[in-house]
Design a protein around this ligand. Structure first.
Ligand code: ZN
Length: 193
């Protein structure tokens, strides 16, 4: 790896520790403001209700075929899972419909993260993309949005409880309706594996 890239990665890593804590706190606050954790336990419905959250936030979400829509230009990377768009003070989440449900849920939670963390608050027009580069750990806002999404979809408190009862990532993925890779990331992150 190029020395400058390596240095940059190390700097981002340091900064990311604090900013990840902030993103986690924001997700916890969001969960608390929009959902009743005791009701979730009572009804046994552990899937974070993103439809309700989007309604509460009055965010517009559209599902489109991104590859088809942007086939004639390079405005949006073709590997994009979704993006948050801001025009005339309005925010809109665009989700690539050609993904499976669990991935779409993560993408939506990720874009809600960009929105609530104010990543587009300083611009009049802008967009944040979730694409193949998002998971590389070099863009701080991508790290923050991923951290936010993981905590929102798989709250620490709940996965700790469930993990005592059943340690199978496949089972936990079903419970929270996320991919097994999100569960594995959570378990590793919380030092449960
Ligand atoms: Zn993003």
């Amino acid at each position: 790896m190029n020395i400058l890239v390596k240095q940059h990665k190390e700097e981002v890593f340091e900064m990311a520790i604090t900013r990840k804590q902030i993103a986690t706190a924001k997700a916890q606050e969001t969960y608390k403001n929009h959902f009743d954790i005791n009701e979730v336990r009572q009804f046994g419905d552990y899937e974070t209700n993103l439809t309700k959250l989007v309604d509460d936030l009055e965010l517009t979400v559209v599902n489109v075929d991104i590859r088809e829509m942007f086939k004639d230009n390079d405005l949006v990377d073709k590997t994009t899972s979704g993006f948050l768009l801001k025009t005339n003070e309005e925010h809109m989440v665009v989700i690539n419909k050609n993904q499976n449900l669990r991935r779409k849920r993560f993408t939506l939670a990720h874009e809600i993260g960009h929105y609530l963390l104010g990543h587009l608050s300083d611009v009049e027009f802008g967009l944040t993309c979730r694409n193949s580069k998002s998971a590389e750990g070099i863009d701080i806002e991508e790290i923050e949005a991923n951290t936010f999404a993981a905590e929102l979809l798989v709250p620490e408190e709940l996965i700790r409880e469930w993990h005592k009862a059943n340690k199978s990532p496949r089972f936990l993925a079903e419970i929270f309706n996320v991919s097994e890779s999100v569960i594995n990331y959570r378990l590793k992150n919380l030092e449960l594996i």
